[in-house]
Write a protein that binds this ligand. Structure first.
Ligand code: ZN
Length: 400
């Protein structure tokens, strides 16, 4: 970058900061309240900033947006009863968007107070697996903007480029079908469609790693501590792999059944409610939930947690709730209507209904049915179009 281009950037940054600080200074209205709405701030300051600076109109707006965001967080602090002074922008920076800059693979064209300049990127030599190779050069990611920083210590400009996946997130589905998911110690997950993911593989590997740890502890070598850590890392890696697989299959199950929602029980304090659950289980459930959440989102499926109260004691067929409905850990048998089924499957259906009830009672619209392995049930318990039972899964079909 030439000396004169650098001077132009410095002057642009100076005017940008001036504009942002000007918006802050003019944010207080006559009645003493601080304005945070971008539209209002814009009409209060835009003309003056345009006449006082040589900034491109998009940079004027970017400075105003930046000021509005900072004002909002200060006002939010005041509302929480905390002390905070109005923002002041002192560090050298500048916000570009797609209209005030154009981003290419190896350079960017940036708007300044006197036309545009071209800035070549200085990138790491090794382009394998860098953020640049993954995002900047990839056709799958679109550049949405950048923040230009200047560092005095090195006398260098840094451009932090923001990208987003080019494939826009799909529209959320609104057909209102819920897949309920029950989590457990014996079965990691069970769906309202009757798919079971047994915890046996999970338990097997947990025992194996415990054994390895125990023998390391016994031999008590100098490296034992490091080896223990290595075992711990391997264990985590194996479990994460396993949970990724379960989450993929869970989301697939929701997708195949045309579900718009997946319901989990609330994960807070899950160990207190679940006999035999260790810290490892709570960790695994949280991990599984977050995997499912982001994978489902990519398909427009919303993932939510519901109140778990009584979901294991309530009859998913008639609604009768009693602790004696659970003669054993695995079995559910309704004292009132004699509906009998695997306890986890019964709970998964209840978790699905819980989200259904929440939605129909509250926000209006949204879910209308829980997907079951023999069909769909709506909030009134009416059986709808049957669906196929997935091959190779728990195939019981009675119960509606
Ligand atoms: Zn019943």
């Amino acid at each position: 970058m030439s000396e004169s281009d650098a001077d132009l950037l410095h002057e642009t940054i100076r005017q940008f900061r001036w504009a942002a600080n000007y918006v802050v200074l003019n944010a207080r209205n006559d009645d003493g309240y601080v304005e945070t709405r971008k539209g209002k701030l814009n009409s209060q300051t835009y003309d003056n900033v345009r006449s006082e600076t040589e900034l491109h109109s998009n940079l004027v707006q970017a400075a105003r947006s930046r000021a509005a965001d900072a004002l909002k967080s200060v006002v939010a602090k005041w509302k929480r009863g905390k002390n905070a002074s109005l923002p002041y922008f002192s560090s050298p920076f500048l916000e570009y968007d797609q209209r005030s800059a154009t981003f290419h693979d190896d350079h960017a064209s940036l708007s300044t107070v006197d036309g545009r300049i071209t800035a070549d990127y200085v990138l790491p030599d090794d382009e394998r697996k860098t953020p640049h190779s993954e995002y900047l050069f990839s056709d799958d990611y679109e550049t949405t903007g950048a923040t230009l920083h200047y560092r005095d210590a090195t006398d260098e400009f840094y451009l932090h480029v923001r990208t987003k996946a080019d494939v826009d997130a799909p529209e959320p589905r609104e057909n209102g079908t819920v897949l309920g998911v029950d989590l457990g110690v014996e079965n990691i997950a069970v769906t309202s469609t009757g798919v079971f993911w047994s915890a046996s593989e999970f338990d097997h590997w947990h025992r194996e790693y415990e054994k390895r740890r125990a023998s390391l502890q016994q031999c008590g070598s100098r490296d034992a501590h490091e080896n223990m850590q290595a075992v711990g890392l391997k264990e985590t890696g194996r479990f994460e792999q396993l949970l990724h697989r379960v989450s993929n299959e869970l989301v697939e199950e929701a997708d195949e059944n045309g579900c718009s929602h997946i319901a989990f029980e609330e994960l807070t304090d899950i160990r207190d409610r679940m006999p035999g659950a260790k810290r490892l289980h709570a960790w695994a459930f949280r991990r599984l939930f977050s995997y499912v959440e982001y994978k489902a989102e990519e398909r427009g499926i919303s993932v939510q947690q519901v109140n778990p109260a009584n979901t294991s004691r309530r009859c998913s067929s008639c609604g009768f709730t009693h602790e004696d409905n659970r003669p054993s850990q695995d079995t559910f048998e309704c004292l009132k209507c004699s509906y009998a089924n695997h306890a986890d499957y019964n709970a998964a259906k209840n978790i699905g209904y819980r989200l259904l009830g929440k939605q129909t009672a509250g926000e209006g619209g949204a879910p209308v049915g829980v997907r079951l392995n023999t069909g769909m049930m709506n909030a009134n318990g009416v059986k709808a179009v049957p669906t196929l039972v997935r091959a190779g899964v728990h195939g019981e079909c009675h119960g509606l």
